[in-house]
Design a binder for this molecule. Structure first.
Ligand SMILES: [Zn+2]
Length: 259
């Protein structure tokens, strides 16, 4: 551990700010982001750019940790990415180490989750134990969580948000009370509309109406449609596999049988 990294470690293990001060700094960052970003125009912004994540990083680093995180990287590249494909976690922070020993870091934020998370319907969204009324608040809580991951990785080479050290740092630095979120996942939204594995669905493909069975749900649903030209499955039938956007699927109403 270098001197700067050691200083960062000491700081995140001991820094104790008043809750009011923590909230104030987070609000100042919120105001700065909206003033500076070319994409995020209001609290429930409709678009976001990886540069906005970099701006968030520098704001948090300077307002909370006196620029120690950037300095502790000691030139190791830190990349920011928006991931429309992540369907479970709000973000990820990864430390890559090449065969030559070169280290680089990446923070990815699940844009799909953020944009799905604040739909038209009322729903309580909590991130890291905090109710979030707006998309920007949710993003900040996710980002703070990832920043703790990054700090741990820089200082100790590993990070685990179910561990005591992480939770203790996240709670002191950002008042986090949990390391989970209740952002709506696509899976969850799909389940609400009745789309889940095993359910019969109808959808349109190249002008044809096809009926199939949902096999798996990620960003899209995998639907198996019986077809004599398809691959043979272990149930003895042949299926073609389709990847269908969830919104294009309709559940086939089955007549209920009463016993
Ligand atoms: Zn985590």
């Amino acid at each position: 551990m270098s001197l700067t990294q050691d200083k960062l470690a000491q700081t995140i293990l001991s820094l104790q700010l008043e809750p009011e001060l923590i909230e104030l700094r987070a609000s100042q960052i919120r105001i700065d982001v909206l003033k500076t970003s070319g994409h995020m125009k209001d609290l429930n912004f409709r678009s976001i750019h990886a540069r906005d994540l970099e701006f968030l990083f520098d704001s948090y680093d300077s307002r909370f940790l006196a620029g120690l995180v950037r300095r502790s990287l000691e030139g190791a590249p830190l990349r920011f990415r928006l991931s429309p494909r992540m369907t479970r976690s709000g973000g990820t922070t990864t430390r890559f180490r090449s065969r030559t020993g070169a280290v680089r870091y990446e923070i990815a934020i699940a844009s799909s989750m953020l944009f799905d998370g604040f739909g038209d319907e009322e729903r309580d969204v909590t991130v890291c134990g905090w109710p979030c009324a707006t998309r920007l608040e949710a993003l900040q809580r996710i980002f703070e969580h990832e920043l703790v991951h990054l700090c741990e990785q820089v200082c100790w080479g590993n990070s685990n948000c179910s561990g005591t050290r992480f939770q203790e740092i996240a709670s002191r630095l950002f008042l986090h009370r949990a390391h989970t979120h209740s952002l709506v996942t696509r899976r969850e939204r799909a389940a609400e509309s009745g789309i889940r594995p095993g359910v019969k669905v109808v959808f349109e493909c190249e002008g044809k109406r096809l009926i199939g069975v949902v096999n798996r749900i990620t960003k899209r649903a995998t639907v198996l449609v019986e077809d004599p030209t398809g691959r043979k499955f272990s149930d003895g039938l042949q299926y073609l596999t389709y990847y269908v956007p969830l919104l294009s699927l309709e559940v086939v109403k089955t007549t209920s049988t009463s016993f």
